[in-house]
Design a protein around this ligand. Sequence first.
Ligand code: IDP
Ligand code: MG
Length: 158
Amino acid sequence: MGHTEERTFIAIKPDAVIRGLTSTIIKRFEDKGYKIIGLKMLMVSKEQAAQHYAEHFGKPFYDRLIKYIQSGPIVAMVLQGYNVIKGARQLMGATDPAEAQVGTIRADFAQLKEYNSVHGSDCPESAAREIAIYFKPEELCTNWKNMTELVTEKEDLE
Ligand code: IDP
Ligand code: MG
């Protein structure tokens, strides 16, 4: 059988970038052993914001959310690893920082769900869709092994 590696899209949102938390948040994901295969800072365009949050269109918080994600630079990342979609969301914690477990990014660095510091894809389809909004295929660095891959014998995994 063996475990397959997945990819996910992560964004450090403007509130966290502005507060100087970029390196701290990247470190949470790196320390877990996830491989960063895409990384850049950008200002989210109107079009990107609308595509990214299309599922929330029409909700009461939609306009505020679009304004928030464009309120400063984001740091966009593509991570690769075993069960990285679920695992990254565990590291992030619940959407509302007040409900998030202590030790998660949102519990440790945020107070409000309107400013919850980090985004992570919620399923493989969302991950593929979101990665394509922010990265061209040639911007991903896939042809290297990180330490987790070097110490993981894939044929030994159940
Ligand atoms: P997620 O980021 O944990 O996947 P979603 O439900 O997909 O949560 O919501 C997307 C983003 O919209 C959240 O991260 C948060 O910034 C914002 N948001 C979600 N629910 C609310 C709300 O009830 N009020 C204000 N903002 C919200
Ligand atoms: Mg979501």
